[in-house]
Design a protein around this ligand. Structure first.
Ligand SMILES: *Cc1c(COP(=O)(O)O)cnc(C)c1O
Length: 472
């Protein structure tokens, strides 16, 4: 308006007049609401959201009036329908994880087995004995549903569970070392993605960090010399997401344990991923197990539920009975406890560990990690011509070798030989092609490198859904 008023040219004036005319031709909200199209939108989305979408569509047309001859009512209704369609999509949606990172934190880490999905549905639908002993009719313990399994698989005396491993570490430190000191090697002061830093967690727990050794070398005598009257515990942290190579020395939990014992101090080990089983029989590199850590003399071990364990987000604390009892009495435990839904999922996942053969087939995390390269390559060869056909105009498709990662900080330098599809764009950039794949109804997330998009097929199981939407 201001531009029109300021201008002197007759063309500008004519332009402004025609826009004002177009605005005056816009239908009212009431008129739009009385159409059969709006009625259908109200049935699908409800009246409040439909009204909001129609108003937003009209606002848009007031800003940018329709062209001469166009039907403003039809445009507004179509715009409102598009707005409502976007709004009705769940925010958290299914995607295809073809990044090659099996436990991808940004894509939700571990996928749960059907056993867990069913247990969760049942726990959500009906009342349960979450904190109720059916035998005695008395109040029960919510952790009891998973503690006995954790004890069985770790060899520890007792177990408790909280929101995640970050919470487990916080709770252990706050319970055993508030206002006192915890001794940690400089080589183990890790930062896990998403702002979990051991020194910061220590500070929040009210624990004073006593750093020992150097970045590359820590010796047993460093632990011995650091122990003083204020020392509350000795801590080992699994350097999940990096490795120090070269002139290095570190002390194992087994070597620190006797020192801790002699001084009457608990030895706490944060294992990070902490697998319950040896991964070697599944063709994977060795990752320290929780049972090994307990056997080596750790008094408490903490680990994640949704990393190698393959369960829901959770943090386990296993170890000495007296220490677990103290932890359970900390008021913070209540703030960090698990809900019935995740406890149901965790129990179902832990049950699978009773049978290693079942585990290999039923637990998606192990199934994906142990999937042989030959099988993935056969899948790639099967899919390549079909994908090439679907993307004929857009990309050159070839079968390629690639390397998967476990992810979530487990075995960071170890790669798993895998296979996939290399999509080289025929025109435009790899970024644009990747965007088009993300815009599919079920977004396909790959990896961009060397001017192409690579789809690592290790985690692709639903071939049919993948192809159907690509063809469409
Ligand atoms: C991943 C990790 C954590 C954090 O675990 P969350 O379950 O993600 O909270 C803590 N410590 C180590 C060593 C880890 O690898």
């Amino acid at each position: 308006m201001r531009a029109a008023a300021r201008s002197t040219g007759s063309e500008d004036k004519a332009d402004a007049r025609s826009r004002a005319d177009a605005r005056s031709r816009l239908p009212s909200v009431d008129r739009l609401l009385s159409t059969s199209e709006a009625e259908a939108l109200i049935t699908a989305h409800g009246r409040p959201l439909t009204l909001e979408a129609l108003r937003a569509a009209l606002d848009g047309l007031r800003e940018k009036p329709p062209k001469e001859g166009a039907d403003p009512a039809a445009i507004a209704l179509a715009d409102a329908a598009a707005r409502l369609a976007r709004l009705s999509q769940p925010s958290q949606r299914r995607v295809f994880n073809l990044t090659g990172t099996v436990l991808h934190t940004n894509l939700g880490r571990a996928l749960l087995p059907e056993e867990a999905v069913e247990a969760v549905a049942a726990a959500m639908r009906e009342p349960s004995n979450l904190e109720f002993e059916i035998g005695s009719g008395k109040r029960g313990e919510r952790d009891s549903h998973v503690a006995s399994w954790l004890i069985r698989f770790s060899g520890a005396e007792a177990a408790t569970v909280v929101n995640n491993n970050a919470a487990a570490v916080l709770l252990v430190l706050n319970t055993l070392a508030k206002g006192r000191e915890a001794v940690v090697s400089r080589g183990e002061l890790v930062e896990i993605g998403g702002a979990f830093r051991i020194p910061d967690v220590m500070a929040r727990a009210g624990t004073k960090l006593v750093e020992i050794g150097t970045t590359n070398r820590t010796h047993l005598r460093d632990y011995e010399q650091a122990i003083g009257p204020k020392t509350a515990l000795l801590m080992k942290v699994h350097t999940s997401n990096y490795r120090i190579d070269g002139f290095t020395a570190s002390v194992t939990a087994g070597e620190v344990a006797p020192v801790a014992k002699a001084k009457g101090l608990p030895l706490v080990e944060d294992l990070g991923s902490g697998t319950l089983v040896d991964l070697k029989p599944y063709g994977l590199p060795h990752e320290p197990t929780v049972a090994e850590s307990i056997a080596a003399g750790a008094d408490l071990v903490t680990f994640s539920g949704d990393k190698l364990l393959g369960g829901p987000q959770a943090g386990m604390i296993v170890g000495r009975c007296d220490l677990i009892a103290k932890i359970n009495k900390n008021p913070l435990k209540r703030a960090l406890r698990l809900d019935k839904i995740r406890l149901a999922a965790l129990e179902a996942v832990l049950r699978l560990y009773a049978d290693p053969e079942k585990l290999r087939h039923r637990l998606p995390t192990i199934r994906h990690l142990a999937r042989p390269k030959a099988e993935i390559e056969a899948l790639a060869r099967r899919l390549a011509p079909l994908v090439a056909q679907a993307l004929a105009a857009q990309a050159e498709v070839s079968v390629t070798d690639c390397a998967s990662q476990i992810g979530s900080g487990a075995l960071p330098v170890e790669n798993l030989p895998s296979a996939g599809l290399r999509l080289a764009p025929k025109s435009g950039s790899a970024d644009k092609l990747a965007k088009r794949l993300r815009d599919l109804p079920i977004p396909v997330i790959g990896r961009i490198a060397d001017g192409a998009v690579t789809l690592d097929l290790r985690c692709l199981e639903d071939e049919a859904a993948f192809l159907t939407q690509l063809r469409a």
